[in-house]
Design a protein around this ligand. Structure first.
Ligand code: NDP
Length: 250
């Protein structure tokens, strides 16, 4: 397939998990160049060398505006424009009401909300007409699982951005959509600060309530992002795609 032929893309948080699978899907669809970001340099370098010469590593933290400026400068110098911006970087951590700390709240808001805001606003001047902005939401943005209030609120904010920014960009031929996965097995689950047993219990529950009786895969989420990045979705903006238990739903 070559639905992304001649397109340049940025994927934040692409040295692991769904972001890495999405960078791969964009390249498989013929993207001319995909810029991958992440804070861990070794993982980023390994990802880029596995993906080949059309993948470019830009180490950086989405909570650091100077790192985002460096990314924008590089894309501007090397290509001059971008067609697809995928604000994927983020993390999940639980904490129940009563045990919330300043650090928990600040960390989640800084990465999952402010990181998305500045990624999009700083790259916007480079986005060509016909461009596609894709945001990483989660099904929790419209659910109420106990213990996940702050993480869920960050994803609810992102879901809201897709709708409002789609309106802000009306008339500019730039689309904004959000992809909201259910439970997808990625290294992200090992960093949530909960035990392996709790993670596997969580996976089992999610599989038991999914129509295909299994949890989702990163390549399935990536294929939805590849559709939203391509001109096949030129009529789609302000929408939320759920990818849960192996099934995509709008
Ligand atoms: P991973 O931990 O595998 O990937 C997270 C990616 O984000 C990594 O590349 C990580 O790289 C990067 N990242 C995290 N913080 C920052 C930061 N401050 N600056 C730059 N990059 C950062 O997890 P997933 O693939 O599961 O998660 C990807 C996204 O998908 C997240 O937004 C997550 O909330 C969302 N999501 C995941 C679901 C799931 O079930 N897996 C379900 C719904 C949504 P590094 O640490 O090197 O910076």
């Amino acid at each position: 397939m070559s639905r992304l032929k001649d397109k340049t893309a940025i994927v934040t948080g692409a040295n692991s998990g769904i972001g890495l699978a999405t960078a791969k899907a964009f390249l498989d669809e013929g993207a001319a160049r995909v810029y991958l970001t992440g804070r861990r340099k070794a993982e980023l370098d390994a990802a880029v060398s596995a993906l080949g010469s059309r993948a470019v590593a830009v180490q950086g933290d989405v909570t650091n505006p100077a790192d985002l400026d460096r990314l924008v400068d590089l894309v501007k110098t090397e290509v001059g424009h971008v067609d697809v911006v995928f604000a994927n970087a983020g993390f999940a951590k639980p904490a129940p009401l009563g045990n919330l700390t300043e650090q928990h709240v600040d960390d989640l808001l800084n990465t999952n909300v402010k990181g998305v805001i500045w990624t999009v606003q700083k790259t916007l001047p480079l986005i060509r007409s016909g461009g596609s902005i894709i945001l990483r939401g989660s099904i929790v943005g419209s659910k109420g699982f106990n213990g996940w209030s702050i993480y869920s609120a960050t994803k609810a904010a992102v879901r809201s951005f897709a709708r409002t920014w789609a309106s802000d960009l009306k008339g500019q031929n730039i689309r904004v959509n959000v992809v909201s996965p259910g439970v997808i097995e990625t290294p992200g689950h090992d960093k949530m600060g909960i035990s392996k047993d709790e993670v596997s219990g969580f996976f089992g529950f999610a599989a038991s309530v999914a129509p295909l009786a299994r949890i989702g895969r990163d390549d399935e989420v990536a294929r939805v992002a590849a559709f939203l990045a391509s001109d096949d979705s030129s009529f789609v903006t302000g929408s939320e795609y759920f990818v849960d238990g192996g099934i995509a739903q709008i």
